[in-house]
Design a protein around this ligand. Structure first.
Ligand SMILES: NC(=O)c1ccc[n+]([C@@H]2O[C@H](COP(=O)([O-])OP(=O)(O)OC[C@H]3O[C@@H](n4cnc5c(N)ncnc54)[C@H](OP(=O)(O)O)[C@@H]3O)[C@@H](O)[C@H]2O)c1
Length: 243
């Protein structure tokens, strides 16, 4: 790892949006620590990052894993940029939703951010520099049948990021959300043709987004071009939702 370069931690970097973000940041001279829940995922990350960083196992379900993982990284490197990308959905109508389905989604999509940010904030404050960017979702704004857990987790992020942005605005740290609409990844692979058609009818651009279109927005918020933007949610959704 090059000590002159900035370092980004990207969660869920083995596939989908996280992989596109990690590759885009690496192309822009940032070294990456990318996480996955499996060894196979870590190998995939190492394969595409080559000399631009490395993969690490991290399970966001487990707060101890987060704390230990970041402590391990911090022995050699301090994190300048935190990209909270990893996320899950476990859909069910509320009437049938189990406590486990509720807790899993809230834990991984929302509570993990509390632990991740706490672990990196001290060193960002010391350096008087930091970028914290989290991947939200249009569902956090508009809701969706069968997703009260997912929608709550993603809208909870908005309050978290606005409040944190206020706490650290004077310390050189910006805190923002990129909120995708429907993006072509494994996350939506189980949608059937009828569901896809229904979603497409709600997207003025009449197409799904590509992971690179999220990665470009994240890169903008990482770059100096966005130095005066904080506490913001950037919607990247083909016109599906406008503020
Ligand atoms: N695709 C969409 O349409 C869409 C729309 C709005 C928002 N989003 C958001 O975008 C983010 C990325 O999603 P994606 O579309 O790229 O989905 P994806 O291809 O399914 O990727 C999800 C990522 O999250 C990681 N992950 C899952 N459980 C984890 C856990 N317990 N601990 C740590 N990492 C975990 C996965 O790692 P492993 O594979 O190693 O388990 C994987 O890298 C998510 O936050 C999602 O909510 C996606």
């Amino acid at each position: 790892m090059n000590s002159q370069k900035k370092t980004a931690l990207v969660t869920g970097a083995n596939q989908g949006i996280g992989k596109a973000i990690a590759k885009k940041l690496a192309e822009n001279g940032i070294q990456i620590i990318g996480t996955s829940t499996s060894q196979k995922g870590v190998e995939k990350i190492n394969q595409y990052l080559k000399n631009d960083g490395y993969g690490l196992i991290l399970n966001l379900k487990n707060s101890k894993s987060i704390i230990q993982g970041i402590r391990k990284i911090s022995q050699n490197k301090s994190i300048d940029i935190l990209i909270n990308n990893a996320g899950i959905k476990e859909d069910n109508l509320l009437i049938k939703m189990t406590e486990r389905e509720w807790n899993n989604v809230i834990k991984i999509n929302l509570t993990s951010i509390f632990y991740l940010v706490k672990q990196v904030l001290q060193s960002m404050i010391k350096k008087r520099y930091g970028r914290i960017i989290t991947i939200g979702s249009v569902i956090g704004q508009i809701g969706n049948k069968g997703q009260v857990n997912y929608s709550s987790s993603k809208s909870g992020l908005i309050g978290f990021h606005k409040s944190l942005a206020l706490e650290v605005a004077s310390k050189g740290i910006t805190v923002n959300i990129v909120s995708p609409g429907l993006i072509k990844t494994d996350f939506i692979k189980n949608l059937n043709v009828i569901q896809k058609k229904k979603y497409l009818s709600q997207i003025p651009m009449k197409r799904l987004g590509n992971p690179i279109e999220i990665a470009e927005s994240v890169m903008f918020l990482v770059s100096e071009k966005s130095s005066y933007i904080t506490g913001h949610t950037l919607h990247v959704n083909g016109g599906m939702f406008m503020v």
